[in-house]
Design a protein around this ligand. Sequence first.
Ligand code: ATP
Ligand code: MG
Length: 331
Amino acid sequence: PRRVVSGLQPTGTLHIGNYFGAVRRCVRLQDSGDDLMLFIADLHSLTTHQDPDSLHANTLELTAYLLASGVDPERSIMFVQSSVARHAELCWLLACLATNARLAHLPQYKEKSAKMKEVPIGLLLYPVLQAADVLVYRGTHVPVGIDQLQHLQVAAQLVRTFHHRYGRVFPTPQAILSGDGSERLRSLRDPTKKMSKSDSDPKSRILLSDPDSVIELKVRKAVTDFTPQVTFDPESRPGVSNLVMLHCLAEDKLPEEAVEEAEGLTTAQYKRVVASALCSAIRPVRERAARLLERPAVLRDVLRLGAARARVRADEVYEDVATRLGLSATV
Ligand code: ATP
Ligand code: MG
């Protein structure tokens, strides 16, 4: 089977972009028989400052939301990134093959570093750690959003460089794009931007923890345009089209079907349809997560078991890699 590797940062409650664009896709891959390794990317989250208590709380919260979304810890391996030291160890080996020029040119780095006075090296290394996350399990497939495609290209290049110098050890990881538009849901306040956890405006995103009334409010306030009809045209009408997309993802339908359903409705009326579809899709996840969060010991057990299973896989690959490089630590 394919080995799918994916990670989510514990930087705050998941929004529906993370859910439809990442979590639910992983769950569907798991359910269709892929070997899924899903980790909580706490090392990645340290590239921007995290309050230690919040980081800890966010890690447990994310665990609850992942389980609530259908991740099955028996079939899949779910764990915290920092509990498998091989991620960071392989990252160092790969960092020695990466170049500053290549990494500094990546759009996400440019975007995030532009806002900082002092740019941590970890932010530059982020894609190298991502490559390590996948390669340390010989991952074959990575479900990505459009925002991550270039990072996967960095991984592919590192694999080539590694093979050239030391021989074949890693498969080149392939991107899995969903093709349903879920890779880039847009901000509700500025549809030219993607929906993001780090956006300063909380109304720009719908959280998985939002109660129905808040979902309704945020959809009602979503920025659209001055055309009252509902059409699907992401280029010229990004705001309305984003609502159509959300409607489709919530009810597993195609844009044509959603637009047909919206015939005769104004965008204001259509927003009520979208809000109600989102409420129905998200409510069960929110309720399951709330119940799981009452049992933190169970969540910790899941993570502990997942880490133990992940370590076995990572050790095997890392030892192979270290031997090729001539490192003697394992002999
Ligand atoms: P941040 O702003 O802190 O980077 P984020 O919202 O981008 O937060 P991440 O933790 O970086 O969230 O990403 C988690 C996963 O969600 C990734 O697989 C990413 O591709 C996906 N993702 C993030 N934003 C969106 C979005 N707007 N639409 C679809 N998928 C998204
Ligand atoms: Mg992001």
